[in-house]
Each structure stands twice: as structure tokens, then as C-alpha cells.
Design a protein around this ligand. Structure first.
Ligand SMILES: Nc1ncnc2c1ncn2[C@@H]1O[C@H](COP(=O)(O)OP(=O)(O)O)[C@@H](O)[C@H]1O
Ligand SMILES: [Mg+2]
Length: 294
């Protein structure tokens, strides 16, 4: 097997260039989000679930998406697809991403069509093996689709037809991606019906409500009636950024405070992820045809 040679300047890999260095982290492991009201860590498993993150500007949505993105890149066997119209929230990961989409609806559509095709191929493969879902033992890569500011593509740029196709593609990937290791993590401001159709909003298994301006907005995210029962994201203090309610399918909303990564910490994580992703043992190089013939 060919070994990867790394120059001494590249860091610790130089001494162990032939040893596959893996983080031992996987997308099937719980993802750390922050701490709850009792100071206990809050984890979610995202491999088979989708997450919708919403709330008013400045609430902490992009901060949470950053934590999840970092987990995705530190995990082995992932090929994250990132869509970030602001460029700066996820752009630092662009070189490591399977695809990075900025403020470009055409690029967003071609990328999601590709993801949809991969999803169709994976279901054909599962059917051929009489299986219903992908498991870690399959060694198939997890493709997290991470979208910040979903409304930019679904309601702001592009023609009506492009926006409709974007929503249809996201809905299809959210609805069918789970079992074939293509989870969707999406953030938006108020997820009202003009931004995301209810039929799409309701199929996200995890929903996170950062501070909202009204109890009605909070209910739009968490589900009808929760604000009346005391689970109201409009009660979150505007100066307590990063606090949000998390609700899982069929559960009760729980308050937590998201962990927050500084720019320096993110840059450090990007460096580390770049290193562990480029120092893994490369695949065996196929023997040249001439050698086989000889
Ligand atoms: N978990 C957090 N802890 C502390 N401060 C936070 C946290 N999340 C966000 N903030 C602060 O709030 C600001 C806005 O957060 P951001 O994630 O960009 O909000 P949004 O994406 O909802 O508009 C950040 O620049 C940071 O100063
Ligand atoms: Mg943001």
C-alpha cells in the first residue's frame, strides 16, 4: 500500500505518516450541543434525524450550526455539504466540504439535485440487499446537508420556479434522507409559511427555538400550544444569546445554552480537521495494467 509522505513542517503527522490517524468520532455518535438548566451536557444523535433551528436574528442559530458542523468534519467518513449565503458562517470549512454553496440559487439547485441522486442510488443499493437503512457497519459515508439562512434560497433570491424547486428538493431530502445517512440541519429566522411550507417544517425530527419576538413565533417552531404551557421562546432574554428550547419528536421542549466557538477556536478546529482528513491512509493504488499483463 502506498504511504503518504508528509513534510516535517506539516506537524505531528511527520512522525507517524504511515499510521492512519482518525478522530474515532462518528456521525452515529451523539453531537454535543451545550448544557441544560442543571449544567448537564446536552447531546443529540443526528445520523437518523433532521434538525430545524429557528429564532430571531442574533439569537445564536449560526453559533449552534457551527458546533454541529465542527462535529461533522471531525467525524470519520463524512462528506458534509454546506449552504451558506452569508459565506462567513461556514466558509472556513469550504475547502474540506464535499460542496460549498454561497449566495447562488443555481449552484444550490445543482448541488441538491446531486444529493437527491445519491439518495436514490443508496435506496436502490439498500433494496438490492434487502435492507431498510444504512448502519455504521456499512462503511457508507454520512452526507450531512447543512443550511444556514434557508429562507435566502426558499424566499429571497431566484425566480418563483427556482424557489419552488429548492423547497421541493429540501423536502425530499428531509423526508427520505434519514435512513440513507443524509441528515439535514437547517437554520432560518421566523419559519412562517411564506418562508417554509408547514409540510416541510413539520417533518424535522428535532426543532430548536432560539429567542423569538412573540409566543406565536415560538409556537411556529416548537409546535402549536407549547407557549401556552410555559415553553415560550419569547421569554428568553435578548441578552442571553445562545439559549434555546430543543424539542425532539413527541417530546417536551427543554431549555439549553449552546456552546459557543470563537473564531480562533473554529480556525484551530479547521486546521485539526484538515490534518486528520489528509493524513488518513490512502486507498490502495490499483496495480498498473502492464503489471497485470506481465
Ligand atoms: N451560545 C452562545 N453563547 C454566547 N454568546 C452567543 C452564543 N451564540 C451566539 N452568541 C452571540 O450572539 C451573536 C449572534 O449569534 P448568531 O449565532 O450569529 O445568531 P443568529 O445566527 O441567530 O443571527 C454572536 O456573534 C455571539 O456574540
Ligand atoms: Mg445567523
Amino acid at each position: 500500500m502506498a504511504t503518504l509522505t508528509v513534510s516535517p513542517a506539516a506537524g505531528p503527522a511527520a512522525a507517524s505518516a504511515a499510521v492512519p490517524v482518525g478522530p474515532l468520532l462518528s456521525m452515529f455518535d451523539p453531537v454535543y450541543l451545550g448544557v441544560d438548566e442543571f449544567g448537564q451536557p446536552v447531546y443529540v444523535v443526528l445520523a437518523y434525524r433532521n434538525m430545524l433551528i429557528a429564532g430571531e436574528p442574533g439569537g445564536g442559530k449560526s453559533g449552534l450550526i457551527q458546533n454541529i458542523t465542527a462535529h461533522c468534519f471531525l467525524a470519520a467518513g463524512t462528506r458534509p455539504v454546506l449552504l451558506d449565503p452569508k459565506l462567513v458562517e461556514l466558509g472556513m470549512w469550504a475547502d474540506l466540504a464535499e460542496e460549498f454553496v454561497g449566495p447562488d440559487i443555481t449552484h444550490a439547485l445543482t448541488t441538491l439535485r446531486r444529493v437527491q441522486q445519491v439518495m436514490n442510488n443508496r435506496y436502490a443499493w439498500l433494496l438490492a440487499h434487502n435492507r431498510r437503512k444504512i448502519t455504521p457497519a456499512d462503511g457508507v459515508s454520512v452526507i450531512p446537508v447543512i443550511l444556514d439562512e434557508l429562507a435566502y434560497y426558499s424566499a429571497t433570491i431566484g425566480t418563483k420556479d427556482q424557489q419552488a424547486e429548492f423547497i421541493a428538493l429540501v423536502r425530499d431530502i428531509v423526508a427520505r434522507g434519514r435512513a440513507c445517512a443524509i441528515p439535514v440541519i437547517a437554520a432560518t429566522q421566523r419559519p412562517s409559511v411564506d418562508i417554509i411550507p408547514t409540510s416541510l417544517r413539520d417533518i424535522f425530527g428535532f426543532r430548536v427555538a432560539f429567542r423569538c419576538t412573540t409566543p406565536n413565533s415560538s409556537d411556529i417552531i416548537l409546535g402549536h400550544g407549547w407557549a401556552h404551557s410555559g415553553f415560550n421562546a419569547a421569554d428568553i432574554s435578548p441578552v442571553n444569546q445562545g439559549v434555546a428550547y430543543l424539542i425532539a419528536e413527541g417530546g417536551v421542549p427543554a431549555l439549553f445554552k449552546a456552546a459557543y466557538l470563537t473564531d480562533d477556536q473554529i480556525n484551530h478546529l479547521v486546521d485539526y480537521a484538515t490534518w486528520i482528513r489528509t493524513t488518513r491512509a490512502p486507498s490502495p493504488v490499483p496495480a498498473p495494467v502492464t503489471a497485470l499483463a506481465a
